[in-house]
Every structure is written in C-alpha cells, then in structure tokens.
Design a protein around this ligand. Structure first.
Ligand code: MTE
Length: 316
C-alpha cells in the first residue's frame, strides 16, 4: 500500500509549481545565456502549425499561460511522475500512424484514422482554463472541435449512458508502462477516464488536436486528447486510442488508485476539499499569489444544470 501511494499526486506538487518553474526558468536561463551569449528567446512550439478559427464564444479575459510552461510542466504519468518527465522523454511517442476506435453501444461503431478525424469538422481555437486537482492552473488556447461531432458519427444507442476513454498502452512508447522495480507505484495501465454521455456531448467538451496554433506536442497528449474544462485536469485523458459507449459507469485510473481521493465526477469544486489539501484556491502558473477557485472552474452558467439535484459532496 505504501509503495502504491508513492506515485500518487504528492503534497509537494500542491504547493511548489511557482518554485519549480522559477528554478527551471533560472536553469534554462543560465543555459540559454551560455549558448546565446545573452539573446535568450522564449521557447516556441516545434510541432507543425495548425490552422484554426478562434471561437469568440470560448475565450477568457486573461493572458494565456506561456507556451513554454504549458509544454514543460505536465502530468503524463506514462512518462514518469515528475513534471519535467513528459517533455524530457516524450520523443518516444509516435503520433503517426494513429487510429481511434469508437465502439460499444453504437449503431455504427468505427475505427477512424487520425487524419480523417482532423477533417471531420472545422477546427476551432478555444481558450480554456485548466485546473489541476493539485491546486495549480493554466490558461491554454486549445485547437479542436466538440467531441459530440465524433460521437454522433457512430450513432450511440438508447442504452449508452457513459463514455470511456482509453490512452495508448505501449511500454515501448511510454517508458513508465514498463513493468519493473521502479514502477510498482504507478497507475493501472492503460489510463482510462470516463464521462456521463450528456457531459461528453456537452458543447464545451473538446476533442483536442492542437494548442497555441500548432499540432499538440507529445507531452500534451498527441495526437488526440480530451479537454473537459469544468473538471479537474485528470479527467482530460491524453493520447486516446479508444472511445467506448457503455451502459455502466466506467472505471477510471485515478479512482481505481485512490477511490476516496478521486471520484468519477471530479467537477472543480472549491467547497469539496481533497482529503489531503484544500481546493478553495489555486495558483495560475506564471503568477505568485493564489486566487479563489471558481465552482465548475468558472463554467457554471454552462454546466451547472447537468448536476441539478445531485449532492456534489457525495458525488465528488
Ligand atoms: N492522461 C494520461 N493518459 N495520463 C496522465 O497522467 N494526467 C492528467 C491529464 N491527462 C494524465 C492524462 C492530469 S493529472 C492533468 S492535470 C492533465 O492531463 C495535464 O494536461 P497538460 O499536461 O496538457 O497540462
């Protein structure tokens, strides 16, 4: 049990994003200065550009988090439990060829090639807040289209009530999936997540293929991930290979690992604390002070009705 807990979100992650990034910025700054003789430039995306139309209905009156921070301070446990593991190790992930199987309780189940998914609907840019359960947050311009477009293609049957997302399982591409002495404490692979069907069909739920005007970097979940902005970040599964319509609530990776800490719903909720820390405030990466966390991460007007009559303290 103790070993299993080793890889869970740690209390040190809760308080130190500012410190971590300052230390890293200092170190990269020193390295960049040494290389450039003083003309250090901010890191820019290295993946290809991806054209998308900004959707004015989905934006925030705030500056986006620096690309460099959004692409180097990551949670992607398939690469390791440290924030810099994904950016350091992500070159082993091969985002092409790639397909996504959409099946389960659907009249027309189908396996889609990623390049066909990209042509399925006009790509939109949407600026969303991302709130991690650890107490930090970012503002990210994502590129994608509503997941509902893809789900409607396979025609969910009347029996479908939930959607399960599965991340790729391949220890050659994800080093932390290798069985070994140092991996006892990790999650039960493959990473799975789930939503109720009405949550999955909600217009905010974004099938995501890019960010900051470019194709998704591997460490952010290339080539395709989900973004569910009113829920804690771990609901937004990365590098998805299967989307399955089910009648029962799917088992999810974090709930299996620590059911008393991570519920199925995991809506951002400042009034329901994590058993080991408060969820009342958060730190935007790039800022020093903490700010109050908003119910449903600020998306209450759009999603509160999904939970009418539910006790969100019990269904955390
Ligand atoms: N998806 C997979 N497959 N594996 C993970 O470890 N981490 C989750 C989520 N999706 C995770 C995942 C968590 S905890 C967060 S906060 C977000 O991804 C982080 O997304 P980002 O690194 O793009 O900011």
């Amino acid at each position: 049990m103790l070993i299993r807990r080793r890889a869970m979100f740690r209390e040190s992650d809760i308080t130190d994003p500012g410190l971590y990034l300052n230390r890293r910025a200092f170190m990269t700054g020193v390295a960049a200065l040494a290389l450039s003789g003083g003309n250090a430039e901010a890191a820019a995306p290295t993946t290809p550009e991806l054209k998308a139309t900004p959707n004015p209905s989905y934006r925030l009156d705030e500056k986006a988090t620096k690309f460099e921070d959004a692409s180097t301070y990551n949670n992607f446990y398939e690469f390791g439990v440290n924030k810099d593991d994904p950016a350091r190790l992500a070159q082993t992930l091969k985002p092409r060829p790639w397909s996504v199987k959409v099946d389960g309780l659907a009249a027309k189940p189908k396996t889609f090639d990623i390049d066909d998914v990209l042509k399925m609907a006009p790509l939109e840019e949407r600026v969303y807040a991302l709130r991690c359960v650890e107490g930090w947050s970012m503002v990210i311009p994502w590129i994608g289209f509503p997941l509902a477009v893809l789900l409607k293609r396979v025609e969910p049957t009347g029996a479908a009530k939930y959607v399960e997302f599965t991340t790729l399982m391949d220890p050659e591409q994800f080093p932390a999936q290798k069985k070994g002495l140092f991996n006892f404490g990790s999650l039960d692979w493959p990473y799975t997540e789930g939503l109720r069907l009405d949550e999955a069909m909600h217009p905010l739920t974004l099938l995501t293929v890019g960010m900051y005007g470019h194709v998704l970097p591997n460490q952010n979940g290339a080539p395709i991930r989900i973004v569910v902005p009113w829920k804690y970040g771990f609901k937004s599964a990365k590098s998805i290979v299967r989307i399955r319509l089910t009648s029962d609530e799917p088992k999810t990776a974090w709930n299996k690992a620590a059911p008393n800490e991570y519920g199925f719903y995991s809506n951002v909720n400042p009034k329901v604390d994590h058993p080991r820390w408060s969820q009342a405030t958060e730190r935007r990466i790039g800022e020093f002070r903490r700010r109050p966390t908003l119910m449903f991460n600020g998306y209450g007007d759009q999603v509160a009705s999904l939970y009418a009559g539910m006790d969100l303290k019990k269904l955390y």
